[in-house]
Write a protein that binds this ligand. Structure first.
Ligand code: FE
Length: 245
């Protein structure tokens, strides 16, 4: 409710809720809703829709992609009339979520490029699964600043080729500005390749608190425009609609 109120205060005309989806096993990790909380989540979004009729409020989820979870994700999609699914990779293995500050020591044990390669390989698989409307925070491995010395362009190219083929969008996510990397996800370099391949974009602030709703959107729009973008996508009932930037 507070998030929707903040969106109205800011004069936004649309907001989407995309909480972290449950996993097939509730004890998978400790930073997402449990399966039994899904209905409660939907009810809260529906309540906000009724309380703020002047605001378009979309019902969505940020869904973790792990290989082998495809059927689970398909079943999740059938459980509610979702407006969109953001597909994200946080886990490069079943036990390491690379953006988890509690597991920062894992980064220090590994070669950064090997992690980026594993991440983008999995992200490309997520795209190819065809289960998602939007791909979340595409260059998440930069979060804590562990950047490989090697050129990552081939990883971006392969990933974005799959995105273009599948027809999903990538998000400009301003949360990166609030992390060690101090940069919007994705980087200008990745976004320039996306633009060349006609990959559509969406905007998100990845708000984990009401004050973060719409944060730094002007910077994200400026970045998109400077790369050449003139349109963004919005999703309703898993159908995309273009809007001018
Ligand atoms: Fe995420």
């Amino acid at each position: 409710m507070d998030y929707a109120r903040r969106a109205v205060e800011l004069g936004l005309d649309e907001i989407g809720f995309s909480d972290h989806s449950p996993m097939p096993r509730d004890d998978f990790d400790d930073w997402r809703m449990r399966d039994s909380q899904l209905d409660e989540y939907v009810a809260k979004v529906r309540l906000a829709q009724r309380e703020f009729p002047q605001l378009k409020i979309r019902l969505a989820l940020e869904v973790d992609y792990l290989p082998g979870h495809e059927d689970w994700i398909r079943k999740l999609a059938a459980r509610q009339p979702w407006d969109y699914f953001i597909g994200s990779v946080h886990y490069v293995s079943d036990s390491w979520d690379i953006d988890n500050p509690a597991k920062l020591s894992e980064w220090k044990k590994r070669d950064a490029f090997a992690v980026w390669q594993a991440y983008f390989e999995r992200l490309t698989q997520a795209v190819e699964s065809g289960l998602f409307d939007i791909i979340g925070h595409a260059d998440l491995p930069k979060k804590f600043g562990f950047r490989p010395a090697q050129d990552c362009t081939p990883l971006y190219e392969k990933f974005l080729h799959a995105v273009a083929e599948t027809g999903c969008a990538i998000e400009l996510n301003t949360a990166g500005l609030r992390k060690d990397c101090q940069e919007i996800y994705p980087s200008r370099e990745l976004l320039e390749i996306a633009f060349r391949k006609n990959v559509p974009i969406t905007f998100g602030s990845d708000a984990h608190a009401p004050a973060e709703v719409g944060l730094n959107f002007a910077e994200a729009v400026a970045l998109a425009r400077s790369v050449g973008y003139t349109e963004t996508l919005r999703f309703r009932q898993r159908q995309a609609e273009a809007a001018w930037l």
